[in-house]
Design a protein around this ligand. Sequence first.
Ligand code: NAD
Ligand code: ZN
Length: 358
Amino acid sequence: MKFRNFKMVDYVVYGRGCFDQLDEILAPKRKDEKPVVFLLDYHFQNDEAFKSRIPLRGNDQLIIADVTSEPKTSYVDSIAQELKDKFGTVSGVIGIGGGSTLDLAKAVSIMMTNPGKAQDYQGWDLVKNPAVYKAGIPTLSGTGAEVSRTCVLTGPTKKLGMNSDFTPFDQIVLDPELIKGAPKNQRFYTGMDCYIHCIESLQGTYINAFSRSYGEKALELCQDVFLHNTEWTDESDEKLMMASYAGGMSIAYSQVGVAHAVSYGLSYLLGTKHGIGNCIVFNHLEEFYPEGVKEFHQMVKQNGIDIPVGVTKGLTDEQFDTMINVSLGMAPLWENALGKDWQQQMNRERLRALYERL
Ligand code: NAD
Ligand code: ZN
């Protein structure tokens, strides 16, 4: 058995208001006249008060990240190419936003130092050169993208991350104040990504004590925020931010499961976003995760959230096949969920029936 020797985020600063330390944190990373590039989630594009707190110096660049849809490899390439054309290289790339913006920042920083196109690096350990300095500053909590060794991208042929030791951030800034203004539904969908990660990893076959320690804590924090104390307070933001961090750490030695495998298919075909897609799928996974799904239904009700239904109605056989192909391609997820003989348990017919229920 070979144990994973995984790369983690180098520096973590946590605390309400710690965003204002960013200038100080970046100062030693500034090289020659090369700019620091801030990729800002487009949600904040007109938020002048927040933008004025971003420490722009010299020829630093503020780029608004269009995350209307989740990041595409072509978008990564276009940002990186523009920066290379203008500046040769940059001092760093700082992502400020939800999981999509964080992933975009990771990918752009990698493409500043690696030849070819982003799509060439979708997979495991394909990245050759260390990225430029990168920092991640979440404004939504739940994905764990702030700590993970991947950045999920949709390319011309697949939706798959650049999984590599060069992918994790050098620095993350965890300031619970930044997640305060999110819409209720979005906060829930992204928060449930963490909850679902926990259920899938804790009940998976890959789990070990390392991952369980983080996963159980993350699960407990999610239950606290969405089940036991559903009032939205500063404290619940603080807990949710740490749930996401711990949930991300838990995945380092484990894997997600059925909800993610199925929702990847939905997202590839229909462009369904990750958080809501997981909720749409998990809503119907009683046969795999009976207790988790029961609790999920309770949380949906208690928080007054709408989970779409009937999203696959009227799709053609060909479209179902596309989703099934994408989903069955996620072998490690199925193996984690169902064990080594997963192919005997999950076949095209069973999966088709599951997609039809969504
Ligand atoms: P998101 O980043 O896609 O953002 C969802 C929406 O919320 C966007 O419209 C965004 O502009 C907006 N938003 C962001 N911050 C806000 C705030 N504070 N207030 C109001 N609106 C805000 O959502 P997400 O759920 O955080 O991230 C999903 C993405 O993360 C997907 O692309 C998924 O593939 C990726 N992901 C990555 C990993 C990883 O390990 N790298 C893990 C899970 C998911
Ligand atoms: Zn997820």
